[in-house]
Design a protein around this ligand. Structure first.
Ligand SMILES: [Zn+2]
Length: 202
């Protein structure tokens, strides 16, 4: 289709082509479908996107996404286990595997391996320590990736939790080196969880 003269369509195709898994071709198909279903798709999509933009924020306590209109599950529920992951995609993979049913803590990244780590680099590590203390959490499961950055982060966290009595475990080494949780298959994830190792703070 030739839309070179319709700027609105060109703009929309450019935005949609930025979504994961989509290129210009599929973006064009999506835009065409949207335009053909104005009332059915464009209208509700516009409203829903505006709502998400306005209301969905990252919880500063646990890092999960929450609606500004309701309390985050990290404060509204009791729990004694926290699984620490790097990002939301990792949490969704673990969640959908059904291996773990407890609470999560989403760091928002990893620590770089060579920089000054004292600041925690804006990752939600102080709030993790607070959550552990406040809820008398019994176990923190470190599910950061098996990369140097993931290991650095995991060491930093277990160090930060030194003064709490919490048991700290790390996913078993079954996770391939450099392996990102997001891309693990259920089988690998299951055994990494099941065989998780305690980390001892000297
Ligand atoms: Zn929260």
């Amino acid at each position: 289709m030739s839309n070179d003269n319709v700027k609105e369509i060109e703009d929309l195709i450019k935005i949609i082509a930025k979504l994961p898994g989509l290129g210009p071709k599929s973006a064009k198909r999506i835009v065409l479908r949207l335009i053909n279903k104005r009332e059915e798709l464009i209208k509700p999509l516009t409203n829903t996107l505006a709502q998400v933009y306005k209301n969905v924020v990252r919880c500063t306590n646990c890092g999960n996404l929450k609606s500004i209109n309701s309390k985050c599950i990290c404060v509204s529920k009791k729990y004694d286990q926290i699984c620490v992951v790097e990002n939301i995609a990792d949490m969704w993979v673990i969640e959908s595997s059904g291996i773990y049913k407890g609470q999560y803590h989403i760091l928002g990244g990893t620590l770089p391996s060579f920089e000054n780590k004292n600041s925690g680099n804006g990752l939600l590590i102080d709030s993790l320590v607070n959550r552990v203390k406040k809820n008398s959490v019994k176990e923190v499961i470190l599910a950061t990736s098996a990369s140097i950055e993931g290991e650095t982060t995991s060491h930093y966290i277990s160090d930060s939790l030194k003064n709490t009595k919490v048991k700290i475990t790390r996913l078993a080494k079954g996770v391939p080196v450099g392996g990102e949780i997001e891309f693990l298959d259920d089988g690998t994830l299951f055994s990494a969880f099941k065989n998780r190792n305690p980390i001892t703070n000297e």
